[in-house]
Ligand binder design. Structure first.
Ligand SMILES: CC(C)(COP(=O)(O)OP(=O)(O)OC[C@H]1O[C@@H](n2cnc3c(N)ncnc32)[C@H](O)[C@@H]1OP(=O)(O)O)[C@@H](O)C(=O)NCCC(=O)NCCS
Length: 88
């Protein structure tokens, strides 16, 4: 699960967020993670630009559906997005 990507307001829009996501994906590939998923209310387009696609919450891997984020922390209105990672 990709969680809590945040860039300080003063430096948003300068490419930092994209670099954070790219670095997390690099680390995930090394750990042989095949798919990343996230919940967001405000950053759909930001993640779409990086190859994430909206999926039904129920389509997320079962292990993620059992997390606190899916079960109680993130509102039902949050959309679920996922991306399959290419091999390292
Ligand atoms: C979402 C967030 C992490 C993006 O970080 P950032 O450093 O501003 O993003 P970047 O500068 O790397 O932007 C990359 C691209 O996404 C676009 N983008 C960034 N935030 C966007 C948003 N909220 N909606 C639509 N497009 C967005 C940028 O315009 C840029 O497009 P470009 O490549 O065509 O120039 C940042 O806005 C943030 O901290 N938001 C509050 C927390 C949040 O919503 N986190 C996500 C919860 S899962």
């Amino acid at each position: 699960m990709l969680r809590s990507v945040v860039v300080a307001r003063a430096v948003r829009g300068t490419g930092l967020g994209q670099r954070v996501v790219q670095e997390l994906e690099r680390i995930a590939r090394i750990a042989q993670v095949k798919q990343l998923a996230l919940l967001t209310q405000s950053a759909r387009q930001f993640f779409e630009r990086q190859g994430y696609r909206v999926i039904a919450r129920q389509a997320a891997p079962e292990v993620l559906q059992q997390t606190e984020e899916f079960r109680s922390l993130c509102p039902v209105s949050a959309i679920c997005m996922a991306k399959f990672l290419a091999e390292a």
